[in-house]
Design a protein around this ligand. Structure first.
Ligand code: HEM
Length: 370
């Protein structure tokens, strides 16, 4: 028996010693890496898993926002071998996406992207190489060619959820704000009248509609964390050392809701964009629903037309109401995180006819029960 206890004791002592050794080893590796430069601040990490425990619960764009509130607008996180910098301010976003765009415009390599996207051959996950430049050029110059679109499936999927999600978020906010829907309807009636449907050519004449679209993209940034960027060489950002091969995530969701920039940032208020030069196209770093720089969303123009056109057609041609018993105060803005930050619950609406029947018939629309 005494022998057995002796064996167990020596085994557990050895095991403990091995653990302590491993811990010291990991810590010293970390120290070597940390003394290599001045890293951005970050929350405490655990051996082996690093910061994983900070990211396991809640929606990732909210977790990153909370971490930024505590540790600042540029944060350093590690999960295993992954080194991640998260940016949550427009000034630092400008540094990454404009001043140092040439260093941060690559995408991280990854098993998923290699498997799904054929070793990063497709645009969304392509590193910054000749293939990327070719794909980007084809996209921007020949987008409307069906043959080309067929050969860029990831491009289709990049737009497949983002545009409808944004439209649903806009309609949700309109239903929650009867005064805003009324103002939009009256602009549409003034500019288009009631004898025809909205056409694409009308969109630039609808100032309030454009403000509704911008405010939706600001408050409901559907690509909340963008797509990770990747540094191709060591550099400094905001005074901190960022090594080569580091992933950089831009928390567009939080930047677009920054209380230091936007008055009442959580309020849906399209009028903040009337007579304002701030736009969504990546020239104003306080508002980045499409990103900026060389990796800015190439589907932006198409998306802006589609979102505005769909909202305008719906609000002009149909009075929208909620199912019986519900008021605008019952409509929630819960989110779910997947490929995009989409609406969490289904939005049930009743849609009726608003214009003379003939207007719909001329446009080839079949109406029933309205
Ligand atoms: C409201 C709709 C949309 C929003 C908010 C949106 C937003 C974004 C954002 C934030 C990025 C990442 C930018 C970055 O890396 O920093 C992106 C990338 C991209 N988007 Fe969109 N997008 C939308 C619609 C579309 C549409 C309709 C298409 C295609 C027809 C599209 C195609 C792409 C592609 C291919 C990329 C990757 C570009 C690259 O890696 O160089 N997007 N988008």
């Amino acid at each position: 028996m005494e022998d057995l206890i002796a064996v167990l004791t020596s085994w557990s002592v050895q095991f403990m010693a091995a653990l302590v050794f491993l811990y010291v080893l990991l810590k010293s590796f970390k120290r070597v890496r940390y003394t290599a430069g001045k890293r951005p601040p970050g929350p405490p990490s655990l051996p082996l898993i690093g910061h994983l425990h900070h990211l396991l619960f809640g929606l990732p764009h909210h977790s990153f926002t909370k971490i930024a509130e505590k540790y600042g607008p540029i944060v350093w996180l590690e999960v295993g071998a992954l080194r991640l910098v998260v940016v949550t301010s427009s000034d630092i976003a400008r540094e990454v996406l404009k001043t140092q765009d040439h260093i941060f415009a690559s995408r991280p390599p990854g098993i998923m992207t290699d498997l799904v996207f054929n070793k990063g051959q497709d645009l969304v996950f392509s590193p910054l190489n000749d293939n990327f430049r070719r794909a980007r050029k084809v996209f921007t110059t020949e987008l409307l060619s069906q043959k080309r679109i067929d050969s860029f499936k990831d491009i289709i999927s990049a737009g497949a959820e983002t545009t409808p999600d944004t439209i649903v978020r806009a309609i949700t906010e309109l239903v929650r704000h009867p005064n805003i829907i009324e103002r939009l309807q009256s602009e549409l009636d003034d500019v288009i009248g009631k004898e025809r449907l909205v056409e694409e050519a009308d969109l630039n004449n609808l100032e309030y509609l454009q403000a509704v679209v911008k405010e939706t993209l600001r408050l409901h940034t559907v690509v909340g964390l963008g797509i990770p960027h990747f540094s191709t060489e060591a550099t400094k950002v905001s005074g901190y050392d960022i090594p080569a091969n580091t992933q950089v995530m831009l928390n567009y969701y939080a930047i677009n809701r920054d209380a230091k920039v936007w008055k009442n940032p959580l309020k849906f208020d399209p009028s903040r964009f009337l007579n304002s030069p701030v736009d969504v196209r990546g020239h104003h770093y306080v508002l980045l629903p499409f990103g900026a720089g060389r990796r800015r969303c190439p589907g932006m123009n198409l998306a802006l037309v589609n979102v505005a056109y769909n909202i305008a057609q719906l609000i002009h041609a149909c009075p929208i109401s909620l199912p019986e018993g519900l008021t605008h105060l019952d409509v929630d803005v819960e989110e779910k995180f997947g490929m995009t930050v989409a609406r969490g619950n289904p939005l049930n609406l009743l849609i009726k006819r608003r214009l003379p029947l003939d207007v719909y018939r001329r446009a080839g629309l079949q109406l029933s029960g309205v």
